[in-house]
Design a protein around this ligand. Structure first.
Ligand SMILES: [Zn+2]
Length: 267
């Protein structure tokens, strides 16, 4: 079997037996893929700093019937800015964990790869990591086909210009205007500005979405709503969400500063 190379993000790595590790990547070539790194625990020289979560690597896999083997793995981007900041690191954990939960193995999704790679890079530099996480989660839902259309009210057909309040329900797959809010018990409320911003963000090229800024309330509402959907959908709770909740409510690390009132600003 020949070795095929791909750029990839390291999602996680676990020890296996005496000397090996099993590494999970999200790659350009294969999407989500798990592979055995033979001897990775014994010889640190062979794979120098290559299996740190959130790192971008160039990986060479020898494909086998059961589990591929890692033949080479070279660090491309270690995201040091993320590693030195616990809150940014925790948000990176949320991006990685939702990627693990929502993507099937061995299904290439180059658009999702660009979203993940650029999202992790932006998390290291953006003044508001929560905003980056919210944009990532909403766009990921769209890429994976789990987000309803935000073009118009799914119940009465009103367009964005014709209503000032909107409700997005991921569980019901509905985006509806405020006229139905008495009947629609579940979902996140969005004002016209936030709804229009999401609509514009969903139409922008994936690597360019990070300049969009949601208000703080929408940021946290969207993160909560997508996390709840992921947990319902997979039947597993998200550890990273619980960690973030503790960090943002605990005394030791301040919550990210509130976002600008401006809806869209340049990077
Ligand atoms: Zn309506």
């Amino acid at each position: 079997m020949m070795v095929v190379e791909s750029e990839a993000v390291v999602l996680c790595a676990q020890d296996y037996g005496e000397s090996d590790r099993i590494v999970t990547f999200f790659s350009v070539e294969w999407g989500l893929v798990r592979a055995m790194a033979k001897g990775a625990r014994r010889s640190r020289k062979r794979f120098v700093h290559a299996f740190e979560p959130n790192s971008v690597v160039q990986v060479g896999l020898r494909q086998r019937r059961a589990l591929s083997w890692v033949e080479s793995c070279r660090l491309v981007e270690g995201h040091l800015a993320l590693r030195s900041d616990p809150l940014r690191w925790a948000y990176a954990g949320l991006l990685v964990e939702t990627t693990l939960r929502l993507n099937p193995e061995n299904l290439p999704n180059p658009t999702y790869y660009v979203l993940l790679r650029s999202g992790l890079a932006r998390l290291g530099t953006d003044r508001d990591p929560a905003n980056v996480a919210a944009l990532f989660l909403v766009r990921a839902m769209r890429i994976l086909g789990a987000l309803p259309s935000l073009e118009r009210c799914c119940q009465c057909g009103r367009t964005m210009a014709e209503a000032s309040l909107w409700r997005l329900s991921l569980a019901a797959g509905r985006f509806s205007c405020g006229a139905h809010s008495a009947a629609d018990k579940e979902g996140i409320d969005l004002d016209k500005g936030a709804a229009a911003l999401l609509q514009a963000m969903l139409q922008a090229p994936v690597e360019k979405i990070w300049r969009f800024r949601l208000r703080k309330r929408a940021v946290h509402g969207l993160i909560k709503a997508v996390c709840a959907w992921v947990e319902d959908h997979t039947g597993q709770s998200l550890k990273s969400r619980r960690l973030l909740h503790r960090m943002e409510t605990g005394p030791e690390i301040p919550a990210p500063s509130s976002t600008s009132a401006a809806l869209v600003v340049s990077p």
